[in-house]
Design a protein around this ligand. Structure first.
Ligand SMILES: [Fe+2]
Length: 230
């Protein structure tokens, strides 16, 4: 193994902190946008269901942003001051977007004759947020992740990931998993859940997966999982 091969092998061994979660968020953002667009403003139950789903979507999006701020940006700033400035500015703008989207959702909920127009405003604003978020996540993956790999060892990066995951309660993790498993390839789903199962007590894993799939789930029933999350 020459020096160049060794450096490449070391770089490959470092965990990508953004890969799986961002795929899940891209998947959920796209799904959520389509769901708002498909909602019939005259159908009260459909509107209620979409707004409830949006509230949950914004909750998970906010949590993801907080995880990045507290675990990733803090670590970057400790070794590379200013390294996370632009991503943090984006996060501030995202928080403003979440508040605005929540207000627009309330407008839809309380609307009477002009509900279709209010729903369209919500749809348009969510689309702009998604556009910003797609660009933002790309920047994190192509600029921040290399910065992290330059300044942290593989063990330290794994430790950052562990700190994020350990602080997520199982029922909140179930919501993240709906995003992440939905956006993952079949092989990635198997890898993710096999790893989680070995690291968790069986009753907690089973309860979490029941929350993900909406029914009791047996490890290995990948078709049922795909039907539930995709
Ligand atoms: Fe971010």
């Amino acid at each position: 193994m020459n020096a160049e091969t060794k450096i490449t092998a070391e770089a490959q061994a470092k965990e990508d902190l953004y890969y799986m979660v961002h795929k899940g968020i891209r998947f959920a953002n796209a799904r959520m946008l389509v769901a708002i667009g498909q909602t019939d403003p005259a159908d009260d139950a459909a509107v209620d269901a979409t707004l409830a789903r949006l509230a949950e979507h914004l909750e998970i999006s906010r949590s993801h942003l907080e995880h990045e701020n507290s675990a990733i940006h803090t670590a970057i700033e400790a070794r590379c001051p200013g390294g996370s400035d632009h991503a943090s500015e984006d996060h501030g703008e995202h928080l403003n977007s979440f508040e605005e989207l929540a207000r627009l959702a309330e407008d839809v909920a309380s609307a009477t004759i002009d509900r279709a127009a209010k729903l369209r405003r919500l749809y348009q604003r969510f689309a702009l947020f998604v556009a910003d978020d797609f660009a933002h996540m790309h920047e994190e993956e192509t600029e921040l992740q290399p910065l992290i790999e330059k300044h942290f060892s593989a063990e330290e990066i794994a430790g950052i990931h562990q700190r994020i995951v350990q602080n997520i309660p199982p029922m909140k993790m179930a919501k993240f998993l709906r995003f992440m498993l939905g956006g993952a390839s079949p092989a990635e789903r198997i890898g993710m859940l096999t790893g989680m199962q070995t690291g968790m007590p069986a009753d907690i894993f089973n309860g979490m997966m029941e929350a993900v799939t909406g029914a009791k789930w047996r490890m290995g029933d990948w078709d049922a999982l795909e039907r539930a999350v995709c």
